[in-house]
Design a binder for this molecule. Sequence first.
Ligand SMILES: NC(=O)c1ccc[n+]([C@@H]2O[C@H](COP(=O)([O-])OP(=O)(O)OC[C@H]3O[C@@H](n4cnc5c(N)ncnc54)[C@H](O)[C@@H]3O)[C@@H](O)[C@H]2O)c1
Length: 263
Amino acid sequence: MELHLAGKTVIVTGSGSNIGRAIAHTFAGEGARVVIADISAKDGLRVADEIKTSGARALFVQVDVTRPDQIEAMVSRVIEELGRIDVLVNNAGWDHLGLFIDKPREEWVREVDINFWSVINCTRAVLGHMIEQKSGAIVNVSSDAGRMGEYQEAVYSGCKGGVIAMTKAIAREVGCHGIRLNAVCPGATVGAPEDYGDSSMWRTSDMSRLLTAEAQEKMKKAYPLRRVGTPQDIARSVVFLSSDAASWVTGQTLSVSGGYTMM
Ligand SMILES: NC(=O)c1ccc[n+]([C@@H]2O[C@H](COP(=O)([O-])OP(=O)(O)OC[C@H]3O[C@@H](n4cnc5c(N)ncnc54)[C@H](O)[C@@H]3O)[C@@H](O)[C@H]2O)c1
């Protein structure tokens, strides 16, 4: 199957770690030029170096996706250096487990900023350019939490549900310009130790308590396929939806979660 991604310019937010890193590597493997857009210079540069070492083209841009000014600057730089933007993957996200009733307001604000505002900001920043070139694909990394509402992830679930609805709404508005938007919903996705950047939520928030052998065994039982996901499982679906192989697919929500949700 031809994906026709060779030479395309792809921005992947949050690609310094885990799922985003695997998405960036998978695009690079298809010959795309990948922009590693991450708030962490250390993690982003590591992934850009890995890709360059493999012989593909990568550009690291340090950006906080909650900051529209920084995103505008990134988009201008990418167009200046690489000439166009064919694909945007809104992957950056953040979570911290806790009951809704116990969480401080600052944590909700951070969750909404990173999981929802980031998608609004980055999508708006590339759309004008994509409309002008009459083509583009955007894939939003949501979550199964956004389809079913997850325990101790209330505001995060709300943001991810919002991302799914917004994906469909914008897909209706820009389909006439040749632009497609789809959402991918990972289930629990666990990388190898080297997959995680230092700034990963799996290292810096209490999400790390889901990485113990005991927690993993318990989690697997909730999945019909009896395993948790790998970053590569998610990356393959994101790359497919970004490619010409999915040219008749827009406004869709794909769970990549071993059958955890079926809807
Ligand atoms: N891993 C899972 O089990 C899982 C499940 C469902 C959904 N998801 C979603 O998948 C996406 C990636 O998850 P992950 O497990 O790879 O997370 P991760 O924490 O390992 O990686 C997230 C990356 O985003 C970057 N980032 C964080 N805030 C940023 C900001 N403000 N600006 C720019 N970059 C920023 C971090 O530096 C990091 O490199 C997220 O949207 C997450 O909600 C993950």
